[in-house]
Design a protein around this ligand. Structure first.
Ligand SMILES: Nc1ncnc2c1ncn2[C@@H]1O[C@H](COP(=O)(O)OP(=O)(O)OP(=O)(O)O)[C@@H](O)[C@H]1O
Ligand SMILES: [Mg+2]
Length: 368
């Protein structure tokens, strides 16, 4: 899938730099090109390409491809989407990183550079010199928690992962401005400026990621080992159709009932099969949300759904009553300007592009 917006006259902003967000997911690569114009963020182009076919698998399947194959797919989507910039911000998968909140005694704020790497050894299963380590203060140092501890968000990425992503960028002739773990990109794109804690749930192909964000700070993150491809695989088995057909029907009908096929053998409907597979995943999301609320003794104001899995038709209705919180779909393109005729398409496709939009937004902020 690719779409390129018609070139608009550009008399006033000759120097504006276009930037690209690159999200290399397990099932597909997503790219979004943005530019700042008169203080507004303009969507220039976006595109996605399924990785399945590069791995000899179906569209929508999670893959584990070597750098060269990923670069091949990335070059294809850059061409199909008419991407014109090389200034790229790149996501690192949550699964290739470690994101953890650690508690430290209050009063050591000034010594974090020494203390955190030592403390990190308890959390990181590989030698510290093999990872890129970063951290952010979560607690307000003036108000330590009642147990006298401060909370620090610890972030680690293995050097090999960075090297792999660098080589993909070089091979694709893109210049990476930064690498960011996708949790930060997804939440930047999904949230407004509210203060209340919000859960962002990224429904990917093989897994679903669950983040809690409060005042723009990540409080917690989890991975749930069920994703949107499970729906396709189960529907293929239940309906006796190929995986490719199941994926196509899932995207076309979602949880709406397709018209009956004359002469079809009796058996479960697509809708029944999808709901059956979705139920344990939704229950796990609801449990994770409730667990956080009980531990933090605070309600989550909203659950924002992002990722390709969140674009399943009828999902929001299905969730009503199953998740106690208000549920809404991420609308990252809502933070950009685009021609009005694209509005509904962008709203529908939006959740899938959250990470890519979040990356490009940060890059634009950096350029000022
Ligand atoms: N219109 C649609 N309706 C239902 N499901 C869809 C639709 N479009 C995409 N999906 C599903 O979304 C999944 C891919 O989502 P996404 O692109 O967010 O995953 P990813 O980023 O590649 O995976 P991950 O983040 O886990 O690495 C696929 O399993 C696909 O079947
Ligand atoms: Mg993803």
């Amino acid at each position: 899938m690719a779409f390129s917006l018609p070139a608009l006259p550009d008399w006033f902003s000759k120097k504006a730099t276009s930037v690209l967000g690159v999200d290399i997911g397990t099932s597909s690569i997503k790219v979004v090109q943005l530019r700042r114009e008169h203080g507004r963020v303009v969507l220039e182009t976006y595109g996605a390409i399924a990785l399945g076919p590069y791995a000899g698998q179906e569209i929508g399947r999670a893959t584990a491809l070597p750098a060269e194959k990923i670069a091949e797919a990335l070059k294809d989507v850059l061409r199909e989407a008419n991407v014109t910039t090389t200034d790229a911000a790149v996501a690192i998968p949550y699964s290739s990183s470690l994101v953890s909140v650690i508690k430290l005694p209050a009063g050591i704020e000034k010594n974090l550079a020494t203390v955190v790497p030592i403390e990190a050894r308890k959390y990181i299963p590989v030698p510290i010199n093999e990872v890129l380590l970063d951290w952010f203060m979560i607690s307000d140092p003036k108000h330590p928690s009642p147990d006298g501890k401060i909370e620090v968000l610890l972030v680690a990425i293995h050097n090999d992962t960075i090297a792999k992503f660098r080589s993909i960028m070089t091979e694709s002739q893109l210049l990476p401005s930064f690498f960011e773990i996708e949790v930060f990109s997804a939440t930047r794109a999904a949230l407004d400026h509210g203060l209340a804690p919000v859960a962002v749930v990224d429904m990917g192909a093989a897994t679903t990621k669950f983040y809690v964000v409060e005042r723009g700070i990540i409080r917690e993150s989890h991975i749930i080992n069920q994703g949107a491809q499970n729906l396709t695989l189960a529907a293929s088995r239940a309906l006796g159709i190929s995986v490719a057909q199941a994926e196509e029907r899932k995207r076309k009908w979602g949880l709406n009932d397709p018209p009956p096929t004359p002469g079809a053998a009796p058996g479960p409907s697509l809708k029944q099969s999808l709901e059956l597979t979705l139920s344990p995943l939704v229950a796990e999301v609801a449990r994770t949300a409730l667990g956080w609320e009980q531990r933090a003794n605070q309600a989550l104001s909203t659950v924002v759904l992002v990722g390709g899995g969140a674009t399943l038709k009828g999902l929001q209705d299905f969730l009503r009553g199953k998740i106690q919180n208000e549920v809404r779909l991420g609308d990252p393109f809502g933070k950009t300007q685009a021609p009005a005729f694209l509005e509904s398409i962008l709203k529908e496709a939006g959740p899938e592009f959250s990470v890519a939009v979040g990356l490009a937004l940060r890059r634009l902020q950096e350029l000022g």
